[in-house]
Design a protein around this ligand. Structure first.
Ligand SMILES: Nc1ncnc2c1ncn2[C@@H]1O[C@H](COP(=O)(O)OP(=O)(O)O)[C@@H](O)[C@H]1O
Ligand SMILES: [Mg+2]
Length: 578
């Protein structure tokens, strides 16, 4: 895990190495100061040797300045290394997520991926910074201080033999007690994040349903749970300080007592005594830092595990080496295809689908919600992978194609349309980065979008808000169709893409597509018979199976479901567009 993390450092590796070295330099000089002080008092002052005092004084100043410089450099290095690490980890995570298949994304859920990319990475960054600064520093400080303390007075140093184990045991108990409490706290924190994210993403729905109060209560509840969990964890952690101070003052008292007696009988000098006291605080400081590092590592290991989980996720859809890049034609064949979102089950979402579609054919798909229409077409550009049987495009299994080529040839307007912030033109050019104005306008005309775009003061240069908030549902759908058309695909799939468009515009779009897309295989999913009745053939989906296949007339004559839907929509002026 750690190795994988460190491999994200990249060019910042040198800072991660330099940082601890600088910290070690800082601490060695720091530890030498009390020793020098002892020499000044015991040798310089005792002998009234001014030149010795000045010389040692200057050395001490130099050491202090050196320690300061090393400290600054170490802080600078650790900041560079930890921010570099955060950048590297985020980039690696983002790249991995870009390669995720739809089922990989389903597994993690979007809010959790966001938390992992932000909060968890920040946790790691902080812990890493702390490690660089302290992981070397505190043991070095500990051992150097013990060394000098023993050097000054071996007998007095025996006090540490009692104090250090006492402190060590106390820290160990505290750390083992807080570890599970911190893990619980992090889980609660996760939950808090998902509540916030869900609420913010769905804020319009919350307002439309006047659920603010309910949402506020839900939030307060989880916020309070976080508070409690945090309180429980911190409560134990706070005992750390009093115990440490108790041990420190106990040490100082015993050193004063025994040391004072030694000075009286001549076994110790005043300067030595003074510096000994300094070393006590340095040793206890070092122990304190080690316990802090330990707790911080415990805390961040939960975050690290969540990050590595994403990095190690097996990308469920891979392309073969040397996969085909040319899709010969727009024919499609499903051959005994079964599929489910959760692996093999007895009752899959798609059940034994077999159908052949010729290049250039227009196919309508109709069926109730949840009858797996969207699922069926998502297998064509290999957004999901068939569990059994095979899906063929252009006479070859979709698994034999290079993913980019396949998806470039199969344009899909998803049921949930997404536009990005940027101008209308930029959004359209997603489909075809090099498209000139003429091509763009032709596509927009076919999608019945040209007129409403021109109605904006800035036309094609109109800025879209995040997710296209300043467009109506029907306008968004038409832009998405135009974007798909610009790809010049061999197969175009419209998944309920005109549901928010009025029937007149819908039929205008269909006519334009028919003219502009001769030779392109077109699949139109719709709830409205009128949108698909002109198709060459129509598939009736029912509960993951093909219930009927034929022309409008054939199905009317011999398919019960189709006839029922037809009758129910007869004479009704379908819901108006938005
Ligand atoms: N990402 C998903 N994860 C798990 N189940 C899903 C997912 N998407 C759809 N389903 C389930 O698959 C079934 C078919 O859904 P879908 O193909 O979207 O139906 P339709 O487009 O005909 O309304 C439904 O029961 C739905 O709950
Ligand atoms: Mg659907």
């Amino acid at each position: 895990m750690i190795k994988k993390l460190l491999s994200c450092l990249g060019q910042y590796k040198k800072y991660a190495v330099l940082g601890p070295i600088m910290a070690a330099g800082e601490v060695v000089l720091e530890v030498l100061v009390p020793y020098t002080m002892a020499r000044i008092v015991d040798v310089g002052i005792a002998n009234r040797d001014i030149s010795y005092i000045v010389k040692m004084g200057l050395i001490m100043v130099a050491m202090a300045a050196g320690s300061l410089a090393f400290g600054g450099l170490s802080a600078w290095c650790s900041a560079a290394a930890s921010t570099g690490l955060a950048k590297g980890v985020r980039k690696r995570l983002f790249d991995t997520i870009q390669n995720f298949s739809f089922s990989n994304i389903d597994k993690f859920s979007t809010p959790s991926l966001i938390t992992r990319l932000t909060t968890d990475v920040t946790n790691i960054q902080n812990a890493f910074m702390m490690c660089i600064r302290m992981l070397i520093r505190s043991p070095v400080m500990f051992f150097c201080a013990v060394f000098f303390a023993v050097l000054i007075n071996r007998h007095l140093a025996l006090i540490f033999l009692v104090a250090i184990p006492v402190l060590g045991i106390a820290l160990f108990v505290i750390a083992t007690k807080t570890y599970p409490r911190f893990r619980t706290m992090l889980k609660k924190y996760d939950h808090l994040n998902s509540v916030i994210q869900e609420n913010l993403i769905g804020i319009r729905v919350v307002k439309a349903f006047v659920r603010e109060e309910h949402e506020t209560e839900k939030f307060q509840d989880i916020a309070d749970q976080v508070r409690q969990a945090q309180y429980k964890a911190e409560k134990i952690l706070q005992i750390n300080m009093p115990i440490m101070q108790f041990v420190m003052y106990a040490c100082i008292l015993s050193v004063s007592w025994f040391g004072g007696n030694m000075i009286i009988v001549g076994g110790m000098q005043t300067g030595e005594f003074m510096s000994f006291i300094s070393y006590i605080s340095q040793i206890l400081m070092a122990l304190m830092m080690m316990s802090m590092i330990f707790i911080n590592l415990v805390l961040s290991s939960a975050s690290l595990r969540r990050i590595i989980e994403v990095m190690d996720e097996d990308i469920s859809i891979k392309e073969q080496i040397g996969a085909a890049t040319v899709i010969p034609d727009g024919s499609i064949r499903f051959d005994h295809v079964s599929f489910d979102y959760h692996g093999k089950t007895d009752n899959p979402v798609l059940h034994d689908i077999s159908v052949s579609i010729a290049p250039g054919e227009t196919i309508g798909i109709i069926g109730g919600t949840g009858s797996a229409k969207s699922t069926l077409v998502q297998l064509i550009p290999r957004l999901y992978e068939a569990l059994d049987g095979s899906v063929m495009v252009g006479g070859r299994d979709v698994r034999d194609y290079n993913l980019e080529s396949l998806r470039n040839s199969v344009a899909m307007v998803l049921q949930k349309n997404v536009l990005f912030s940027g101008t209308i033109r930029e959004n359209l050019q997603w489909g075809n980065p090099g498209a000139d104005d003429e091509t763009i306008i032709r596509a927009c005309k076919a999608a019945a979008a040209h007129d409403f775009i021109l109605a904006f003061p800035k036309g094609y240069d109109t800025e879209l808000g995040q997710g296209g908030v300043n467009l109506s549902g029907g306008q968004k759908q038409r832009l998405c169709i135009a974007r798909a058309l610009l790809k010049n695909p061999k197969i175009i799939i419209l998944d309920d893409s005109t549901s928010a468009v009025d029937t007149a515009t819908d039929s205008r779009i269909r006519n334009a597509l028919r003219e502009g897309l001769s030779g392109t295989t077109t699949i139109i999913i719709s709830q409205r018979i009128i949108s698909i009745q002109d198709a060459d053939r129509i598939i009736v989906m029912d509960d993951g199976r093909i219930n009927g296949l034929g022309t409008h007339e054939e199905l009317l004559a011999n398919n019960l479901i189709y006839k029922e839907v037809y009758d129910s929509q007869q004479g009704k002026n379908d819901y108006a567009g938005t």
